[in-house]
Design a protein around this ligand. Structure first.
Ligand code: TYD
Length: 209
């Protein structure tokens, strides 16, 4: 792989999307060829899977089905977009990736973490991010941000308790994997972006070596 692979993670309402928009503008200003994608989604097939996953009428979806659908959406995205981009030396920024499955399906839903890791090894073709930015904000705060949005999707309807499990899952993962970098997302937009920029500049530097 030649290109660098950066993923972004956090609880719903962590401000991740705003930061990624800023990152997009930043990389554009540096004329770095970048592919931006989001999960679940990013290809026609993956977007169809996304609709199934976030449809509030699918409330009886088995957790195992959910885990496999996220993985299926990911496999398609890898094969169709991420792998070809990395091979051609393009930077890839992905809004959520495997860590979301570890945390939401593993830690929060309670599925066997080993199993979630196994299906995702298959779905990612064994390719992992160079760096993962974890937007860390207390779940009580992030849920307040989410509440301000009018339309809730199926996952966002989950209770605070679920969000706390998601948050604790991210904390556990960030202790386990050095590639996960904690960003203090409780700060203002610009202060938060300064932290993002610091890590991304390191990756850009490595790419130029
Ligand atoms: P989205 O609206 O894209 O959320 P956000 O803007 O917070 O990224 O919805 C994606 C939802 O799917 C989000 O609640 C997290 C969840 N999710 C999983 O449960 N497992 C996964 O593997 C992924 C990628 C997302």
């Amino acid at each position: 792989m030649i290109g660098k692979f950066i993923t972004a993670e956090g609880t719903d309402g962590s401000g991740k999307s705003t930061q990624l928009e800023k990152l997009k503008t930043y990389l554009h200003s540096l004329k770095i060829k970048t592919l931006f994608v989001r999960e679940p989604g990013g290809t026609d097939i993956s977007e169809k899977i996304r609709s199934l996953l976030l449809d509030i009428s699918n409330s009886d979806m088995a957790y195992e089905t959910e885990a496999l659908l996220y993985a299926a959406s990911r496999a398609q995205l890898m094969k169709e977009k991420i792998i070809p981009a990395l091979e051609s030396g393009t930077f890839v920024i992905c809004d959520r990736f495997v860590d979301s499955s570890y945390v939401y399906q593993g830690y929060a839903r309670g599925l066997d973490l080993k199993m979630v890791e196994e299906i995702n090894k298959y779905a990612t073709f064994g390719i992992m991010p160079d760096i993962t930015l974890f937007f860390d904000i207390a779940p009580e705060k992030s849920i307040e941000r989410v509440k301000k949005c009018k339309v809730f999707d199926r996952i966002e309807k989950e209770k605070l308790d679920f969000h706390k499990k998601v948050y604790n899952g991210y904390i556990e993962l960030s202790k386990k994997y050095p590639r996960i970098k904690r960003i203090d997302a409780s700060q203002g937009i610009d202060e938060t972006f300064e932290q993002v920029k610091k890590y991304v500049d390191i990756i850009i530097g490595e790419n130029n070596e």
